[in-house]
Design a protein. Sequence first.
Length: 274
Amino acid sequence: MPAIWRPNVSGPLPDVDVEVGVKKVDASSKGAKRKRGPPTKGPCEHGVKYRSNCKVCSACPHGRQRCYCKECGGSQICEHGRIRSTCKECGGSQICEHGRERRKCKECGGGSICEHGRERHRCKECGGGGICEHGRQRSQCKECGGSQICEHGRRRHRCKDCGGASICQHGRVRTLCKECGGSQICEHGRLRSRCKECGGSGICEHGRQRRKCKECGGSSICEHGRERHRCKDCGGSGICEHGRRRSTCKECGGGSICEHGRVRSQCKECRAVN
């Protein structure tokens, strides 16, 4: 039978009061507990579902979302000045194996690609939200006052006067500049999309630029069978108020007119200098 432990109560116990120390805490020195506001569900007062996505509720002094603002040093801006998730150099999470944004990549079957092989919001046939009433991209439409149109009537990022971000040191669009090694210039020194040897996407089966090919029904061909911007009946943008091609009109100071008042490509004096 196992032994059972019993306390030793045979001897007398001392009758002594034992003081137990209790530490008193001053309530005034203790920080007040922060009261949490009630949890918010649904959209904010401005109708945005998540308050953090609301430009008014979470806007910085520059009118942007603070996390996406370069001037505020937003947390979503990388060292290259781009949104971190879409930066190729940082290996952003939204960049696919083909070097494109995953949602815009046709090969990956991106969610933003429609059945016609275009970005859904820019597709006229799908009635994309980015297409205005004039059949153009709303952000690039002059008549609609698109956000990408500057005060000079050009696309802001390609405007020399505005110092557009896409203009290189040679005064050209960076992606189209041979000296800068633009990404759209092929090994033959041409625009990759228009190079026959490279099999450019802009070359049709007839060996012409697809948009200018009558047989293919190119987008630049009007109902009169001419290039739309050069058609007088359509009021093409390349036709000046004098009924001539704007680039070769002396009165308009066309870009193809040299300092001698002739078409530059046909001027003997300009050829002699070159």
